[in-house]
Design a protein around this ligand. Sequence first.
Ligand SMILES: [Zn+2]
Length: 359
Amino acid sequence: MKNKHLTVFNELHDQLLNYPRDTLWDKYLQIIVNEQLRKIEYSDEGFEPEKMSRQQIYAKAKKIDEKRVDSQTAKNAVKTSKLELTLAAFIDDQPDCKRAFIDLGYQPIIVTSASGGGSKNKTLIWMDIEVIESEDVAQEQIDESSVVESDEELEDTEDVSSIIYERKATSDIKLSLLVRLFFKKGELKMLSVSGISLMLLLMLSALLDIVIVIYSILVLLLLSDLPSFKLWQAMVFVVFIPFAYLNWRYFLMPLQSLPRHRVIKAPMFFANINADNTDIEMYRNKDKLNIARITEFTAVCPICSGVIELANGKPDQKQPLVGRCKEAPHAHVYSFDRMTMKGYFLSIKDYSVNNVLGL
Ligand SMILES: [Zn+2]
């Protein structure tokens, strides 16, 4: 029996690697199957499942300390019925994967400890295998188990119409060299020595952009009157024009909209090269002084559990800044409200809850 578990879990492990989706639910599945495999490795006897609490799974997926996860957060984030659905859908959606398990005669399933009802009883989650007898029988078994499970999580009906954003702690954000030069712990008072010097630097670079463009155009226009100036020398100046444009368009333009938009995507040089997502937020402190802060807003996509990051609203949305799911950036789109930290679904209208869950 032990070998059966080993082969089935190994197969699932490989399939999850072959069809990677960067979503929380897939990560949960990976964590659960990895833990089962680790346990099998160290046991000589029959299969003993490695039972995990929701906190353990959540902490591993988020790569944080288990002690920092409170049970309610974990309960909201790791729903057993959704785990079962994700696993079944993962197997069903990949023909190769389905085939592989039919060949083995077994498929992996999510098992949970029946919670005793008391709040102290933690639900434990693990993975087991079941025989694939025939399509109908397997279907019935799944239906039965979901009926038993559903009374525990009846109130947790899926709502994909809104999301709640999280703000990353400043201490968790990797700061770039430019930011570290001017920002103190990721924050910059605009009316301070470093704030004003950064402003001056930015103005200087804007001025430099204008000078480059004007100078290059003048050189080109007066080329015939400048006998010592060769064409290739003039071309060198022309090459600077795109640089000036890039600096203007992608560095200075986004920054100048910060006071009005309050939150912008960090332009180049503000974000650390290793970090692919950084936002700048401007807020007023108690003295009504503007402070720019390096931060990051993310949310979990309620449709696919991928990561939602702030992105440009263009071209499909009216708002300048929206939350886009990394896995489906043009279908899973939400609004962003920095005060309530909430977002509402903006994409295709007919994307109702039933359609999304395939019910
Ligand atoms: Zn999504």
